[in-house]
Design a protein around this ligand. Structure first.
Ligand SMILES: [Zn+2]
Length: 399
């Protein structure tokens, strides 16, 4: 009704806050996927994959102990919660904290996604290149994530490593098989989705575009980057390994175990040694904090080769390829199937069955988690912390 025709004394009240500023109209219990990332470029990539952001992206309510910052939205039929690690925090403990706080506010989350960048482990068997995607699936040891720095140091310099960590939920592994079958007969949708993103946000091209194959240098493992040299401009190009030319710029997907730990791997000899011993395809710094507590799939876009030449040129593009892979995978993960999974329950024994905890702030109590298989696992009471000081990690942005 036009204002001029309103009865005398009736006024139109204009809200100062437009509708889009209101929190999500969807209840917290309807979110079933928790997406965790570590870096701002990873969060941008995650948000770029949403079909819709719910309201202003914020929850209606949250647990009083939950200090995460969220973006809520949907991909197809899935309601998705995205959270990022606190600025400057990397490693297994901050990732575990974010996951547990997320679970304290979103009690219906069935599956976690840990998506971002990682350092590749190229080998004769696995032609891993920058921008490719590594998806955590079980290897010959049965686990999809190996915590390479957790175990016992034995005599004579031997190290007894703790077994591999839990694997992603069965429904996710089934969806991966389905998508792999699809990719045998057609291109993945990753490149098309990245093109659409760059067209929509042309200002972001400098960060998220494919840097070009000429920027993908895999150096001989014994040839180290000169100390204090900021770029590889003066590195010996004769020491770059010759690899077969690829017909397209499309990223290749690699499936297998991922190595996770609190150290940054910046040494090709160590990379090759651990790669051979553990059969891993990449290194990253968060998954080991989650896998036994928060059933999740780890997907990493390869942004460097875990060697002394590592730089950040490929970070934005690699973050996008990993996120776009998840976007495509979710097409094969029916929301109805997700609802049949019981949600993860995290609880603190000292206060009974209350479903929240803050890792590292539990007044000496031991925390446990009940996984969908009904088994209860106690969380490690560790643990040192994150980065190596000069770098935010294999995914870091500190140097
Ligand atoms: Zn270099």
């Amino acid at each position: 009704m036009p204002t001029s025709t309103l009865p005398k004394g009736v006024r139109v009240i204009k809200f100062a806050v437009p509708w889009k500023e209101w929190p999500s109209s969807i209840k917290n219990e309807l979110y079933t996927i928790g997406w965790i990332c570590a870096l701002p470029v990873e969060m941008t990539a995650a948000m770029a994959m949403l079909d819709r952001i719910h309201g202003n992206g914020q929850p209606q309510i949250r647990n009083s102990s939950d200090s995460n910052n969220y973006i809520l939205g949907s991909i197809g039929d899935h309601n998705v919660v995205i959270a990022c690690l606190p600025a400057g925090d990397y490693g297994t403990t901050p990732a575990a904290t974010v996951a547990s706080q997320m679970q304290s506010s979103f009690s219906s989350i069935r599956v976690g996604l840990l998506v971002g960048v990682g350092g590749g482990v190229p080998s004769q068997q696995n032609d891993v290149r920058l921008g490719d995607v590594v998806v955590s699936t079980p290897g010959h040891t049965g686990g999809a994530v190996v915590q390479y720095d957790l175990g016992k140091r034995l005599s004579h310099g031997h190290f007894s490593r703790r077994g591999s960590l839990n694997k992603p939920p069965g429904v996710v592994l089934t969806a991966i098989t389905r998508l792999r079958a699809e990719h045998l007969t057609r291109r993945s949708k990753i490149a098309a989705r990245i093109d659409a993103f760059l067209e929509k946000y042309p200002e972001s091209r400098s960060i998220f575009s494919h840097p070009g194959p000429a920027q993908d240098h895999l150096y001989d493992a014994v040839y180290n980057h000169p100390p204090r040299a900021e770029t590889c401009d003066n590195c010996e190009k004769s020491r770059v390994l010759k690899r077969e030319h690829r017909q397209t710029l499309d990223p290749v997907m690699h499936y297998g175990p991922i190595a996770s730990g609190n150290s940054v791997i910046k040494d090709a000899t160590t990379r090759d040694h651990l790669g051979k011993e553990l059969g891993v395809l990449c290194f990253e710094m968060e998954a080991a904090g989650l896998m036994d507590n928060f059933p999740c799939l780890v997907v990493r876009g390869i942004c460097d080769y875990s060697d002394s030449h590592k730089n950040k040129i490929w970070q934005g593009y690699a973050a996008l390829t990993a996120a776009a892979y998840i976007r495509e995978l979710l097409e094969f993960l029916p929301a109805k199937t997700m609802e049949q999974l019981p949600p993860v329950r995290i609880r603190t024994p000292l206060i009974g069955s209350v479903f929240y905890f803050i890792l590292g702030h539990t007044w000496g109590s031991r925390q446990s988690v009940v996984l969908p298989d009904g088994k209860e696992y106690f969380l490690p009471s560790d643990s040192g912390g994150g980065e190596d000081g000069d770098d935010g990690g294999d995914d870091g942005d500190g140097d």
